[in-house]
Design a protein around this ligand. Sequence first.
Ligand code: SF4
Length: 367
Amino acid sequence: MIDPWSSAIVNYEKLIEEFGIKPFHDLLGDLEDPHILMRRGIVFGHRDYGRIVKAIREKTNFAVVTGMMPSGKMHIGHKMIVDQLIWYQEKGAEIYIPIADMESYSARGIDFPEAKNIAIEEYITNYIALGLDPDDKNLHIYLTSENKIVTDLAYKLAKRVNMNEMKAIYGFSGSTNIAHIYAPMIQVADILHPQLEECGGPKPTVVPVGPDQDPHIRLTRDIAERFQSQFKFITPSSTYHRFITGLTGGKMSSSKPKTAIFLSDSPDVALKKLKSAKTGGRESLAEQKKMGGVPEDCVIYEMLLYHLLPSDSQLKEIHQQCREGSIMCGECKAHAAERMKDFFKDLKKKREKAKNKARTILDDELN
Ligand code: SF4
């Protein structure tokens, strides 16, 4: 069982084997210009993504849904979702970004006004600063508690879901509060509502997620099929990306500040954090020169891979130099730190600019 509210690290190969997630690389050749995260294997799996490939190639209508639960600060690992959204926006997708304020209330005890504030100041500001076009008419950002289409649909869909099923999927017990038990139904409705007639009717829909969110995807796909004759839903597709490793090893998590570089960190703080990160270097320089480092076990290399180095050839070169011991961690870290500082300097300016737009975007969506 995978618990979407815990932070356990997931064994990716096991997911592919046991839960029927398909390897993403099989589809790479079908995309004209796959996203860098797809090309580099960070987006590693999918369910029914062929429908989305077809829609992109034929330039037909499709939707992307990816929610955010406003419960803390955004860290650099969260940037992966925004990067993918920008790519989908360029492909003409309808983009839906539900802000799961009902879930943060039921699962984390955060009040609605506070959740709204976190969503605006933290998430929406960063999404815009990272490059999502807020003026795209196909972009819909909304609070789930204020979207009546979604809450009504959740209630209708819940008619055909029972408690045994929720227990089996999520491990809910007799002491789980009812609001928490109901919260996944809101997510199911978030994912399926773009296919309602009032939102343009049935269309392929993809949900890019981390593998910890797969229980929601499986439940949604099952429910879409149960209601197929009533709503003509096309079973939603999904993609799965690897998590970024935290600065101390393990998973990067907003609730463990020592593991994370936050997008709101100053360039100097971000730089300092990166310099303290765990590397795949050896005990001594002599040993590293002789045996080489282990880039696969290095947070610095991962930062370059996921975020900081767009050139595949330069990345390959660093990988090779590391493996053969011709580059030492000090030099390599300094290189990554320069890039990190530039990125954070630029982001800081863009965050300032994005703030005003972020404050109005939720009101615009409702009007
Ligand atoms: Fe990581 Fe660079 Fe050291 Fe290799 S040389 S282990 S990539 S920091």
